[in-house]
Design a protein around this ligand. Structure first.
Ligand code: CTP
Ligand code: MG
Length: 382
């Protein structure tokens, strides 16, 4: 019969050595909790997550939408948490595999997870490990320790279920073990080493957390997109207008702009710039001009929708630069209000919003005050 694979994530620690306000597995890393990075990598497996009863809400937030992860109550030590998780798998056969991975190791790679599972399928027990790179000094003997054959043991560790259960039962009262490979070796069973690298470090101290944030950031791609929109002033006979809406604010003017919704060219161009980052078409794809419900609508709705889609795709808006082509009305007196409003709408600080307006020196249609246009460049991190 094919071996099934079950996953245990010990996540019931309090992160004392790191000393943050939150336990380290719930700290944010690149827009999601550390634990979520780990859970996402094992989303296809039936997973027991050992958590502290004090962290229920934090866990529920971190694990939203994951169908195969279920929480169980952790213990006083990592070993006890894993013992409890082992008891919670009711249908496990001795020949199935149990994979154990620390909640605080978010950088494990999928190919490494596969490699350690493959190895355990052959030999019954395997762990990821990284060959020691540092020069190791033993202060007790005043000697440099020969580092050949020295390994830093990591997780995932994968074992035949019968084996790991036997080891945990046998050494239930022994608190000297710091990992499960140690328990299995104490039973007399060899644990194969599968070579990994130092990237799979466990976040233990604040320095580790800072390093993790730097690594996540380096992985991100920054792109610049653009959006453009133009609206014409309404025909004088149909126009009782007394303002134009630009950047979400109303600016007094003797003519108004006609077109989709409130005809805010800045917010429309901004919406398109955001949608452009995630291959989500343009504003008309989401809010067809033919649909009457958008007539006169506040264009902030469109920007908020685009930002929500961006967030769902794991992206973040970090800067916008707006060029407004506008012969009249004068923009300068309204610039600050407009920037404040754009800041509230996008969550960007005012210093990350560029807003320039140019007249057209009377040239062309825009120069003849037939309409207003806006270019928006958006810088986005994915
Ligand atoms: N762990 C657990 N149950 C415990 C203690 C630890 O499930 N009673 C988990 C941690 O949440 C972590 C992993 O075991 O994912 C490795 O432990 P460690 O790095 O020591 O985490 P903490 O115990 O949280 O940190 P500290 O020792 O600094 O308090
Ligand atoms: Mg600990």
């Amino acid at each position: 019969m094919k071996q099934k694979i079950y996953v245990i994530i010990p996540a019931a620690g309090s992160g004392e050595r790191l000393g943050a306000d939150l336990p380290k597995q719930y700290l944010p890393l690149g827009g999601k909790p550390v634990l979520r990075h780990v859970l996402d990598k094992f989303a296809d497996f039936e997973t027991a997550v050992a958590i502290s009863p004090d962290h229920q809400d934090l866990y529920e937030q971190a694990a939203t939408g994951l169908e195969k992860a279920r929480k169980i109550t952790g213990g006083k030590s990592r070993k006890e948490s894993i013992y409890n998780a082992l008891q919670s798998f009711l249908k496990v056969n001795d020949n199935d595999l149990i994979l154990i991975h620390d909640a605080a190791r978010p950088f494990v790679r999928r190919d490494e997870i596969e490699a350690v599972i493959d190895q355990a399928q052959d030999s019954g027990a395997a762990t990821l490990a990284s060959p020691l790179a540092a020069t190791l000094y033993d202060a007790a003997t005043d000697e440099t320790v020969d580092r050949t054959e020295k390994w830093a043991i990591q997780t995932p560790q994968v074992f035949r279920a019968g084996l790991i259960k036997e080891a945990h039962e046998k050494f239930k009262e022994d608190d000297s073990f710091t990992d499960d490979a140690g328990l299995v070796r104490a039973l007399g069973h060899e644990v194969a080493l599968v070579k990994s690298g130092r990237h799979n470090f466990k976040i233990t101290t604040m320095q580790d957390y800072d390093m993790a944030k730097t690594l996540i950031q380096a992985d991100k791609q920054t792109i610049t997109t653009m959006g453009y929109d133009i609206h014409a002033f309404a025909e004088p006979k149909e126009d009782g207008g007394d303002h134009v809406t630009l950047g979400g604010i109303q600016i007094p003017h003797h003519k108004s702009l006609s077109g989709h919704s409130d005809a805010d060219v800045i917010l429309h161009a901004l919406t398109d710039a955001i949608l452009g980052a995630i291959g989500q078409g343009d504003i008309g794809t989401h809010f067809p001009p033919s649909d009457d419900q958008w007539k006169g609508a506040d264009s902030a709705i469109f920007v908020k929708h685009a930002l929500k889609l961006l967030e769902e795709a794991g992206g973040q808006l970090i800067h916008i630069d707006i060029n407004l082509q506008c012969q009249a009305p004068k923009i300068a007196p309204h610039r600050e209000t407009m920037i404040q409003n754009l800041s509230a709408l996008t969550g960007l600080p005012p210093s990350s919003i560029g807003l320039k307006a140019t007249t057209l020196e009377g040239l062309g249609a825009l120069g003849r005050e037939e309409g207003i246009a806006a270019y928006v460049n958006a810088t986005i991190q994915l």
